[in-house]
Structure formats: C-alpha cells, structure tokens
Design a protein around this ligand. Structure first.
Ligand code: 5GP
Length: 180
C-alpha cells in the first residue's frame, strides 16, 4: 500500500526539506561557536529531522533524547503535557537546543523550556522543523524554524498519525477522511 494515498497535499518535498535542514545546520554552527552545545531530540516525531540536522552542524556537540505526550491517537492536543522519558545526562551549564518536529499549541515547548531553565542550563533555544502559528494556545516562538504550515494535520518526515506515516519522506497534509 502506498502511504501517499492517505494524504491530500504535499506541503514540502524531500529536496526542499533537505535544503532547509542544511541551512538550519549552518545557522546553528555559526551561533554556537565555542559553546557547550547539547542537542536534545524530542521523541519520536523529531527523530528524522534530528538525525539529518546534527549532520549539518560542524561543531563538537552532545546529543540526548526526551519523550513527551499530549496527543495519544488524536489529532488535537489534550492540553496536558506528560513526560515519558527524561534526558540521560544533566543539562546544567549546557547550551541546550531542543529539537522538535512541530510547534502547534506551544504547550509542549513552553513546558520543556521552563523545565530546562529551572535545571540551570546555560541557555535554552528551540529548533523546530515546522511551525503552525494558528494553533497557539500559549505565546511561544521557536528560535530556529524550518517552515510554517497551515492549520491542518500534517504527517511525514517523522510526524505520525496513530504511529503511521513517519517514514514518508515528504511533509504532507493527512486526508481528513482518515481520522474523521
Ligand atoms: P503542542 O504542544 O505545540 O500543541 O504540540 C506539539 C506536538 O504535537 C508535536 O510534537 C507533535 O507531536 C504534535 N502535533 C501538533 N500538530 C501536529 C500535526 O499537524 N501533525 C502531527 N503528526 N503531530 C502534530
């Protein structure tokens, strides 16, 4: 079965994504010279983006992984952020960049940013592949943003619906008939 059959529009194809990820990597490389860079991947949605991004950062860095949940098998946030997996090492004194797949309501990232600041990271910034500004419930701005997306449910390039479509190489709008 072809995964593209369940989508109604390709928003960003793999070539466009690859170019933008390389640009973000160059930007982070410029901004983090001489810093104590720790890249933190939010599982599982940001995993594809994260692996591509860190290979475009020409600096010594460390990586870590966290997992949160607010969606379950739904296409809208429950409004409550749950920590499922914490970092393996302390963030104290590190220049943290949280790598996220998409900012929608802003709840997940404002929660994570505050948490790492409280743990005395030297700095905390956010790099997101996608930004859905119309979905905001709290005021939140990403520091590095790949692309803005409209207020639709998107899948691919790591993003899922009910754990499917993560391996689609393009970012696509999921056909509403799949979840309605
Ligand atoms: P926020 O807390 O900003 O509402 O949500 C962030 C998380 O919600 C993302 O990490 C992602 O897992 C999920 N999310 C938000 N919008 C979408 C979307 O359009 N598609 C998918 N697959 N996940 C989304």
């Amino acid at each position: 079965m072809n995964l593209h059959q369940d989508t109604c529009m390709v928003l960003f194809d793999q070539e466009t994504i690859a170019k933008r990820v390389a640009e973000l990597g160059r930007q982070i490389t410029r901004d983090y010279q001489g810093k104590n860079l720790l890249m933190i991947c939010t599982l599982r949605g940001a995993s594809v983006f994260f692996c591509d991004l860190i290979r475009h950062i020409d600096l010594p860095l460390k990586i870590d992984f966290i997992a949160t949940s607010s969606y379950g098998c739904s296409t809208t946030t429950s409004g409550e952020v749950r920590m499922i997996k914490d970092t393996s090492e302390s963030v104290k004194g590190k220049d943290v960049v949280i790598v996220e797949d998409i900012i929608d309501s802003g709840l997940t990232l404002s929660f994570l940013k505050k948490m790492f600041e409280a743990r005395e990271a030297a700095s905390v910034k956010v790099c997101t592949m996608l930004d859905k500004p119309e979905g905001r419930k709290v005021d939140f701005k990403g520091d590095y943003v790949g692309f803005e997306v409209p207020n639709a449910f998107v899948v691919g390039y790591g993003l899922d619906y009910a754990e499917k479509y993560r391996n689609l190489p393009d970012v696509c709008v999921l056909d509403p008939k799949i979840y309605s």
